[in-house]
Design a protein around this ligand. Sequence first.
Ligand code: 5GP
Length: 119
Amino acid sequence: SISQTTNETIFTKIINKEIPADILYEDELALAFSDINPQAPIHFLVIPKKPITTINAIQEEDKALLGHLYWVAANLAEKHGFAKDGYRAVMNCNENGGQTVYHIHLHVLAGKAMGWPPY
Ligand code: 5GP
């Protein structure tokens, strides 16, 4: 698709404030915002501002950035009071993973007991 070849997705527009989002956290490296189609009582996404397409495209230079996304997720879990109860923080990769937006994003799901296995 065009999105995959240009590396530009709807999330680039959210980062650039060209389309609105319910932004929960922002710093120079990352952005967190509520998912538009929540799959749990709490469902937000933590994304790097760098438009990495999939987990498979992560480079050695990105390793700290990926850790940063989890650090942002954990801080928001604490801030919003669901850290202790628990949550799921996952990335989907490519078709079998259910990925639809080709700009990596950590899904943070909370507010209920998540099922496992996830099918
Ligand atoms: P994926 O299926 O790629 O793992 O997850 C993409 C997620 O992005 C989905 O949960 C979907 O609801 C969310 N999403 C897609 N477009 C938008 C949008 O324009 N705004 C927001 N806030 N979330 C979106």
